[in-house]
Write a new protein. Sequence first.
Length: 233
Amino acid sequence: MRARMESLEMLANNLANVETGGFKADREYFSIYMGDDATADPVTGAVPVQPLIQSHWTDLAQGNLLTTANPLDLAIDGDGLFAVQTANGVRYTRNGKFRVGSTGALAAADGSAVLGRDGKPIALQPDVPIEVLTDGTVQQGGQAVGQLDISMFDQGSFDKMGANYFAPAEGVKPKPATGTVLQGKLEQSNVGAAESSVRLIAIMRQFEMLQKAMTIGNDLNRRAIEEVAKVTG
């Protein structure tokens, strides 16, 4: 029941972010454990075990790329993450819904500066059209003003922070990405709403069945105790 509750919470969070750009779904990895007081079945010799969510992992599968009319909307086709300077340090994201910040630099939706390969924010000239090449080079008026820092990490070498940011584990260095940058597109969440809804219903039913089984087991134990009390009395 505890494992099913954790799965429900995880699926509910996935569904809540089905419209969050660049969101990556969380998945669970199940293992089993044996109680300290578990004993082998006298007939089969089997030892009872119970399911346990050993760890969560992030599904990095690419979401659908939605075409927009905004030149500041960027998506990565393939592997890669945008580097962003947040208040908590450098973080990485697949959400390329950018804008011009208050300082005139390219910024994420929360105002954090988008970083170039030199580790600095990309300063933009006001009222000058922006062109972004597939390698992340940002141009204005035909002149390069910076190149986006597009990096990638091995699975399990970073932690999820909030809905859209990732932070590398201590000591882990980013690697060059292989994906290409597409201007005027946004990556959607990779959460399958229909699939997640079906799983949510299935897990709820499993939880109800387990709850009913536990209730029946408690009733049988209570009746056994009552019958023993009647006989001994």
